[in-house]
Design a protein around this ligand. Sequence first.
Ligand SMILES: [Zn+2]
Length: 447
Amino acid sequence: MGNYYDIAPELLYKAFAKVENMSAISTDKSNDPRTFSFESNTCLPSQASGLGRDGRRYGRTGTIHTPHGDIHTPAFIPVATQAAMKAVLPEQMKDLGAQALLSNAFHLFERPGEEVLDQAGGLGKFMGWRGPTFTDSGGFQVLSLGAGFKKTLAMDISGMKSDDVIAEGKERLAFVDEDGVTFKSPLNGSEHRFSAEISMGIQHKIGADIMFAFDELTTLMNTRGYQERSVERTFRWAKRCVIEHQRLTAERSNKPYQALYGVVQGANYEDLRRKAARQIASLDFDGVGIGGAIEKRLLGQTCAWICDEMPEDRPRHVLGIAAVDDIFAGVENGGDTFDCVSPARCGRNGAVFTRDGRWNIKRTQFRTDYRPIEEDCNCYACQHYSRAYICHLLHAHELNGYTLATIHNERFFVRLLDEIRAAIDADRFDEYKQETLKRFYANGSKG
Ligand SMILES: [Zn+2]
């Protein structure tokens, strides 16, 4: 187990003091033997309704090159939280077309500990996955432990209970200070600390190709004043992440290069999102993560505000969304990669995604329905098994039920992004979007 929380406060303070000396952050990449890069291919044309400056639409296709392979974008990145897809093997993820997997730095720090992954040769090797990998910084998990807010990015404020409201002066339950976050382990109740340097140390040892800077996540219920302070704090943490990342990259120069994305916060506020984007753009990050709470109706607009302020040569990851309409809004406004636990989590509960909407395969009507989940789906579950069988497995809590439903749902999102990519390249994104959304939501489907 990691013991970073034992680091003496004076050492952490020292690391922080270095931030004052901004010359420590290099922007000269001329001699940098990076094996990470992004190439864009087709860009969506601007139009009158475009949400970016002058009607710009930032949607595009491209390729992210990493030491463990390429990711053709836009792409859906399935979430293997604890270095595992629940009930699905890496080979099966490869077969269903997944290009990369995202794991969680906080969970792997808790168990088995980042040293175990480092000694194994990094996350991909540890879990038997031969493609690119991502880790998130742990900030989301750490901060949501105390605050208890909804685990989604696109938040519907109207549905929130009064218990979710965080009052001024009592803004967080997880303890955030200038240096980092103190929290209790949900596994054993022991006290831990996370900070920019600790998150970087953990993520370097985990060894994913793409990592995220440690940021403070706020909710839509936080006050404007808190959001302002949080954006500034996230910027100070971002600078510390870059310094520590560069130090660790030099120290571990025998390891494959790991790219670092800065995360843009700022909730629903245009001025804060733009400011946060300019701050992140000013640092030597390889890409950007669009994070934090965003009201569903503002998702596309928020991506466009951020893209207005960012250099276009950096890939952009939209953290934690997988509603079909949100995916389209995210892609149209510049998202290159997307991750979400929802396809797997929904699948285990019997909710399956199809072109005709999301429905629950455990319903009585499917007990004797011998058709596949979806007639024209080419996933392993649909090629070999019936609705009736999967309905039975899930009712009986048979593990194969989780496997088959998850394979189908992950295939649905991987394929959706593959088709969006093909549509952008063929200059028919708008038609594809219209057809797909009309059909998916025709029966008032959720998701
Ligand atoms: Zn299928």
